[in-house]
Design a binder for this molecule. Structure first.
Ligand SMILES: Nc1ncnc2c1ncn2[C@@H]1O[C@H](COP(=O)(O)OP(=O)(O)OP(=O)(O)O)[C@@H](O)[C@H]1O
Length: 219
């Protein structure tokens, strides 16, 4: 059996006396898209952010390609996020004053590895070559979400963390964005953890887990 890309174990998060989840385990393999479902407030976003050390967990280990993310110091975690992770959120986090191509180029610039050819390839892949020099305000919601996907993948991350990436989109555009994400993951042999309320999005994943009462169950 192939070694998992990511192995998380013992994940525990409490707010005061409330235990959001306790002793959760999770594995992800390369090329895999795993959907994370669960009611509002069940802790999906907290878990997603916890895996990337964007939110402190009370306990747990998150081993990505042999390295325990939570055991790294802050600089080490930031470097790992920059180099190995890609993020897609519902609110896009597309920077309003940068053109589409500059937004997509950002992860490469942050690593000191500018690569205009790679940016052009990603814009082509998401069907936005003709919008390269546009500003975000000139784009539709679906187009913005495609910018976010291009940016999340431009630096070839091994793991993409996506939190409701289609939450703002109509079904046709949601489907387009998800298919695109899938295709890009496959091409790069990367994995994706996809937090979603959408049954349709979940159906496109390889595997589905539900966070329910602090436990992860097959969905
Ligand atoms: N800083 C905080 N202090 C106390 N409680 C918090 C804090 N942050 C989040 N919570 C609680 O943790 C719970 C889980 O929140 P989280 O955003 O992870 O849920 P979710 O499953 O992603 O929800 P949704 O589907 O609505 O986005 C919520 O009940 C929330 O109120």
């Amino acid at each position: 059996m192939e070694v998992p890309l990511l192995t998380a174990s013992g994940l525990t998060k409490r707010y005061g006396t409330q235990t959001l989840f306790e002793q959760l385990s999770l594995t992800l393999h390369r090329g895999e898209m795993l959907a994370l479902l669960g009611e509002s407030g069940s802790g999906k976003s907290t878990l997603l952010n916890g895996l990337a050390a964007l939110e402190p967990l009370d306990r747990g280990q998150v081993v990505l390609q042999g390295r325990d993310i939570l055991a790294l110091d802050e600089a080490g975690q930031a470097a790992l996020r920059r180099e190995q992770l890609g993020f897609v959120f519902q609110a896009f986090h597309v920077l309003p004053h940068l053109t589409v191509q500059d937004n997509v180029a950002l992860p490469l610039l942050l690593q000191g590895k500018p690569d205009p050819a790679r940016v052009a390839t990603m814009l082509e892949a998401v069907g936005l070559s003709s919008h390269a020099r546009h500003l975000p305000r000139q784009l539709s919601g679906g187009q913005l979400q495609r910018v976010a996907i291009a940016r999340a993948l431009v630096h070839r991350p091994v793991l993409v963390l996506a939190d409701e990436p289609t939450g703002n989109l109509d079904p046709a555009h949601a489907d387009q964005v998800l298919q695109l994400l899938r295709q890009q993951l496959r091409e790069q042999n990367a994995a994706c953890l996809l937090v979603t309320h959408s049954a349709h999005a979940a159906a496109l994943a390889d595997r589905r887990l539900r966070l329910d009462g602090g436990r992860l169950v097959e969905a």
